[in-house]
Design a binder for this molecule. Sequence first.
Ligand code: KIV
Length: 254
Amino acid sequence: MNSKIEAILARKGKAPVAELTAYDYPTARLVDEAGVDMILVGDSLGMVMLGYPDTTHVTLAHMLHHVEAVARAAKNAVVVADMPINTYNTPEQALETARALMAVGADAVKLEGGVAVEAQIRAITQAGIPVQGHIGLLPQKVKEEGGYRMHGKTDEEAAAIMRDMEAVVRAGAFSVVIECTRHSVAKAITEACPIITIGIGAGRGTCDGEVAVYHDLVGAYPWFTPSFARPKASIATDITRAVKEYIAEVQQPK
Ligand code: KIV
């Protein structure tokens, strides 16, 4: 395991970890220089960068293009690259995909699922590639599950998420994202889990860190903001104002 990943793992129970998505060079450079711990090149880029309705349209070619740009910018943060849907259906395919993402500059890869992808995670970690798991709500399964909803509401669901966490840990991941999961369940998982848990829509202070989608944080995608997002800026408003000023200037009668 490399020293950047060891430094993240050493934060367990001590100092919360801040992870943020970025998909291009200038954004990645800004968030890296601001001091974020991990940059996730998430397949959320399918929506916020490419205009698809969900992440199931994202391909490995899309990911390679964006990871390469982010890796050029990130000097300190750990760059985590999402593995898109249907690129880790078998352990062999998972390893091939992970190697391709590492070859363009990722420090680690992320894939969705627990028990169902334990063999895939193990194949990647055994090859020395750091893995961040992803449990709770799995955006790549949004079509099967009929939409985005809170997970872990029943005892059965909570136990299944706990089993997923155990599978991710057994397979050698260094971290796991817990998405849209009942807050008490996320807290229980974090307490039981020896690796770094990263929450999104899983409550404040329930995990070892949090991840946010950059566009939600800075108000860059005004057409949809998840209910759990905590925007700190509204750059879409600034962009619209600047563009309107420019249009008015250019179109002023001579
Ligand atoms: O793709 C992404 O941005 C993600 C986060 C929501 C965790 O997976």
